[in-house]
Design a protein around this ligand. Structure first.
Ligand code: ADP
Ligand code: MG
Length: 216
């Protein structure tokens, strides 16, 4: 499921934040996207996820221009194909770890026994004993792992992770990077990991500096 951006401009005000002539990510690629704070990394992920629509140009995923889809179709497309690990986790505070994963699975409706899969995934990220814990009863590293389990629950083709290790200590950074690398070696097929840390970027096969593609 390749991703292709063509002539993409995104402006929030007078000046564009993103201006990319052409950028293509092939199926199976795992890349680190690096760049300074405020350079547009999160905006680029949001464009790929269809959370932000371009001011002009096209973002195509598997040949489908996602900007041309209706909002409902775009939401459907995102639920089925894209996993997103947000920098601030965005877990729902009133729900348990298990319920957070199950809720995301409900939107896509891909699995016959979602509860079995959600429990399996949470054990894979080492949280088999914390299924009924709410986010505030979990450490930051554990919350990030719930967010990862949730992001891959629907077997997305594309996994996007926005600074997933920014709030973690060295040990948890290692755990999270191993998980993301491991989980994205089959499904999902594409991993885009945003980071401002060079040593984190070095853990992925390819690294791209946003500056080199963003002609603002
Ligand atoms: N929803 C928004 N409304 C207005 N400005 C925004 C919005 N999202 C991002 N921006 C602006 O776009 C620029 C890039 O932001 P962002 O993509 O978050 O950068 P990064 O993730 O690299 O730190 C910033 O100047 C930011 O203020
Ligand atoms: Mg950001």
């Amino acid at each position: 499921m390749p991703i292709e951006l063509l002539g993409v401009v995104k402006s929030f005000s007078t000046f564009p934040t993103i201006c990319i002539e052409q950028f293509r990510i092939a199926d199976g690629e795992r890349i680190a996207l690096v760049g300074k704070s405020g350079s547009g990394k999160s905006t680029l992920l949001n464009l790929i996820a269809g959370i932000v629509t371009p001011t002009s140009g096209s973002v195509s995923v598997d040949g489908i221009d996602i900007g041309k889809l209706s909002e409902a179709k775009r939401d459907q497309f995102r639920a089925a194909n894209i996993g997103y690990v947000f920098q601030t986790f965005n877990l729902i505070q009133g729900l348990t770890a298990l319920e957070n994963v199950l809720l995301a699975m409900g939107f896509a409706g891909k699995h016959k026994s979602p509860e079995t899969r959600a429990k399996e995934l949470l054990s894979r990220v080492g949280l088999e004993n914390k299924l009924r814990h709410k986010p505030r009863e979990l450490s930051v590293g554990e919350q990030q792992r719930v967010a990862i389990a949730r992001a891959v629950a629907n077997e997305p083709k594309i996994l996007l992770a926005d600074e997933p290790t920014a709030n973690l200590d060295e040990q948890n950074t290692d755990i999270v990077l191993n998980l993301l690398n491991e989980l994205s070696s089959s499904e999902p097929r594409i991993l885009i990991l945003v980071t401002h840390e060079r040593d984190v970027a070095a853990r992925l096969p390819r690294s791209i500096d946003l500056k080199s593609i963003n002609k603002i």
